[in-house]
Design a binder for this molecule. Structure first.
Ligand code: NDP
Ligand code: HSE
Length: 404
């Protein structure tokens, strides 16, 4: 019997308990031993709930019990999660977590403690919910030089953008529903402003390139400025708006960014809808490998966490080597990246046509019925730096979205 403790009985934590209860026989067979939930830690009481008899409010009960070999951290946030996880590892307990905030901030240190202790710090669920992507980067793809990672890494924002485009929902209604469905972070600003996707691309990039990518140095824009009108223009252009997170190695330099992009209907990410995530990993020899699946939600995420528990139970006294150096990877700014932009303007196209042509020769003008007092235009390929400089020559700019 392998005893585990679950820290946090919220969306993911209750999913972990449910999955272990439901599939206990097959999980035990795959782990080589029965997995027993000895404790669940939460701030609240759950009268009449299945966890009532194992519920504790004091973390020290778990820490001081030597029979607990694996701790599942699904509380979220950096503190007290960091303190609890570090203490657990130092006490010789393996940790499985879905907490990307914790992993992005303290991943290398926690991996290093686990390595020294001969135990494991596993975090498959921290990126892409149910999608296996961390394990493949750490094992199946290790023979090749990874050149690029690009994808939709946040379920909440993809759900919001999909509902706005397909159902004509307002932003607020889509967000509220994503929260009800258990997709959103406790503070949904992390989803909406792109911070969650930023932490996830930092985690994937650190593992892929072997050095620590500081998430605070990644250029990050969220979807809070995307409006229903932008989506009408996107449709007219045959595109969908997607929050993309990416990192790239090119000519000796590393780049990373998170921002909304216009994705054309021919692009594989165009049809990644709702809470689904998809991640492309491009290697020098392997070319593109794509990972796709549910990016958030109680049971999909819980399955990824429990799979880590199974792995930890199979390797109770053996560290599964993960290379994530504490040395920082230097990121180059995005100002020289070249791409087309869609720009939304107020006023009439005839009044601004000449100025737009002078700033962005060959720009394609467009209008939609839903924007009677404004119009849009699409530039040819231009660097971020040039684009920002030339845009200053125009008045009435209401927004801009990059083309993928
Ligand atoms: P929830 O807010 O639903 O659950 C967190 C639980 O932890 C709550 O029950 C909370 O109690 C409890 N908790 C918080 N602080 C403490 C503490 N100090 N001691 C004991 N219990 C505490 O979050 P989620 O389950 O949605 O997310 C958990 C983690 O998983 C986060 O890091 C999130 O980013 C990540 N994640 C979530 C996914 C999802 O789809 N929801 C998908 C992938 C990852 P209380 O409510 O009383 O504060
Ligand atoms: N809030 C996150 C999302 C949860 O929507 O993707 C999964 O990490």
């Amino acid at each position: 019997m392998t005893d585990i403790a679950v820290l946090g009985y919220g969306t993911v934590g209750s999913g972990v308990v449910e999955v272990i209860d439901k599939n206990s026989k097959s999980i035990g067979m795959k782990a080589g031993d029965e997995i027993r939930i000895k404790y669940v830690l939460d701030l609240r009481d759950f009268p009449g709930d299945r966890v009532e008899s194992v519920l504790v409010h004091d973390f020290d009960v778990i820490l001081s019990d030597p029979s607990v070999r694996i701790v599942v951290e699904v509380m979220g946030g950096v503190e007290p999660a960091y303190t609890f996880v570090k203490k657990s590892l130092l006490a010789g307990k393996s940790v499985c977590t879905s907490n990307k905030e914790l992993v992005a901030k303290h991943g290398p240190e926690l991996i290093s403690i686990a390595r020294k202790k001969g135990i494991n710090f596993l975090f498959e669920a921290s990126v892409g919910g149910a999608i296996p992507v961390i394990r493949p980067i750490n094992s199946s793809l290790t023979a090749d030089a990874i050149l690029q990672i690009k994808g939709i890494l946040n379920g909440t924002t993809n759900y919001i953008l999909t509902q706005m485009a397909d159902e004509g929902w307002e932003f607020d209604k889509a967000l509220e529903t994503a929260q009800k469905l258990g997709y959103a972070e406790r503070d949904p600003e992390a989803d909406i402003e792109g911070y969650d996707a930023c932490r996830k691309i930092a985690i994937l990039s650190s593992l892929a390139y072997g050095r620590n990518v500081d998430f605070e140095k990644i250029y990050t824009e969220g979807i809070s400025k995307i409006t229903a009108t932008d989506i009408c223009y996107a449709k007219k252009l045959g595109c969908a708006v997607k929050l993309l997170a990416s990192s790239e190695y090119d000519d000796g330099k590393y780049y990373a960014m998170v921002a909304p992009f216009l994705v054309r209907s021919t692009h594989p990410l165009y049809s990644v809808n709702g809470v689904y995530n998809a991640i492309f990993v491009n290697g020098e020899s392997i070319g593109d490998v794509m990972f796709y699946g549910s990016g958030a939600g109680k049971l999909p995420t819980a399955c990824a966490v429990v799979a880590d528990v199974v792995d930890a139970a199979k390797h109770l006294d053996k560290h599964i080597y993960t290379f994530w150096s504490e040395e920082d990877l230097e990121l180059t700014g995005i100002e020289n990246a070249t791409r087309s932009f869609f720009v939304r303007m107020s006023g009439k196209p005839e009044e601004q046509k000449d100025r737009i042509e002078a700033a962005f020769a060959g720009a394609q003008m467009l209008t939609v019925d839903e924007d009677p007092d404004g119009f849009g235009f699409v530039t040819g390929p231009v660097t971020e730096k040039e684009f920002n400089e030339r845009l200053k020559d125009l008045t009435g700019v209401k927004g801009r979205i990059r083309f993928e």
